[in-house]
Ligand binder design. Structure first.
Ligand SMILES: O=P(O)(O)O[C@@H]1[C@@H](OP(=O)(O)O)[C@H](OP(=O)(O)O)[C@H](O)[C@H](OP(=O)(O)O)[C@H]1OP(=O)(O)O
Ligand SMILES: Nc1ncnc2c1ncn2[C@@H]1O[C@H](COP(=O)(O)OP(=O)(O)O)[C@@H](O)[C@H]1O
Length: 304
């Protein structure tokens, strides 16, 4: 039995009369093939990418596993429809904090129709894309079992200014996420989620090294998903932070040219995250994680 994903933060969503992705209980994510060239383009990308022996393993790990296409009962009630069968990236994750960052100052490929360019250009201008080279498409941040997730609305997220994007990147790794907008995020989890040898910054740098060299594909309107588990961090086991690329409906052949649009956006995102790590004085407090972990352990033991 397929169901609507609990942790989807952006994109087309399944609902009554609405076509969107579904998941099963064995770790697969079923993304409906959009009826136009976007669907065939994304399927062609996955087919090409998953059989391309030139892609090193340390890079394929940043992409969802692809299990082919399958006819399944669509969420909008339209009957059996073709879906891409992908690895469910939040499978087995407990209360994952997820952020979708759409990379590139331009979300349209040069060869597309004028009307589509205008539609995208409007969204790129009205968001941080043109200015920063990326925009936030959606996010959810787990606070605690009582409050659940902080999940700001789509319109708010897409219209954030550069300073607000910086603030949201801090809130994503803070323990005081949804407190009043004027209170400073404490960045309590920044060093273990963004930093360290296996943290998000290190993964982004690895991806960047590949983009500095690869000329096979150009990724327009593609997103980097950042995922971690706050409760794992609090338990001292490490937050299992990872990045994954999603949405390949607008990937085109690179024809021997660097994907400077994606690479520029990626460098910009890296700079924002590096600054959060290197200027902790801009966050409410330093070395907070230990205090947060202690208070969590105390409250679990019922001592406070
Ligand atoms: O269909 P729309 O107008 O809701 O636009 C989709 C976007 O929603 P938005 O309006 O920006 O909230 C949607 O954006 P998000 O993933 O929600 O950021 C996608 O960009 C989608 O593109 P794709 O072709 O599926 O890769 C977008 O589809 P197209 O622009 O390709 O039609
Ligand atoms: N393989 C996946 N596993 C889990 N969640 C996913 C996966 N792919 C996408 N998502 C979720 O769905 C959202 C939209 O995905 P995307 O491929 O961009 O769809 P769309 O083409 O409708 O924009 C992402 O922000 C993410 O939350």
């Amino acid at each position: 039995m397929l169901k609507i994903p609990d942790h989807q933060v952006a994109g087309h969503k399944a609902g009554v009369g609405k076509l969107g992705p579904l998941i099963d209980d064995s770790g697969r994510f079923y993304k409906p093939l959009q009826g136009d060239e976007r669907g065939s383009n994304e399927a062609a990308f996955y087919t090409s990418f998953s059989s391309n022996t030139k892609i090193p393993d340390h890079i394929t790990r940043f992409f969802p596993k692809f299990y082919g296409t399958q006819l399944v009962k669509a969420s909008d009630g339209s009957g059996m429809q073709p879906h891409l069968v992908l690895q469910d990236l939040t499978f087995n994750r407990v209360n994952p904090s997820v952020m979708d960052v759409k990379i590139g100052s331009r979300t349209w490929a040069p060869q597309v129709l004028e009307d589509y360019i205008n539609k995208c250009l409007k969204k790129d201008r009205e968001s941080s894309s043109i200015y920063l080279g990326f925009r936030l498409s959606g996010l959810q941040v787990f606070e605690d079992r009582e409050s659940g997730f902080w999940k700001p609305g789509k319109a708010e997220v897409k219209s954030l200014s550069a300073d607000e994007v910086r603030l949201f990147l801090k809130k994503y790794v803070s323990s005081n996420t949804s407190s009043a907008l004027d209170s400073k995020p404490d960045c309590a989890f920044a060093s273990i989620v963004y930093g360290g040898s296996t943290g998000i910054l290190s993964q982004l740098l690895e991806l960047k090294a590949w983009f500095e060299d690869q000329t096979i594909y150009h990724f327009y309107s593609c997103s980097i998903l950042m995922i971690f588990e706050k409760e794992l961090a609090l338990s001292g086991k490490g937050p299992c932070a990872e990045i994954k690329l999603v949405d390949f409906a607008h990937v085109f052949e690179g024809k021997g040219v660097i994907d400077h649009n994606f690479l520029g956006g990626l460098c910009s995102l890296i700079k924002f995250i590096s600054e959060i790590l290197t200027t902790p004085e801009d966050c409410a407090a330093d070395d907070l994680l230990e205090d947060v972990q202690k208070s969590h352990i105390y409250s679990e033991n019922g001592s406070v």
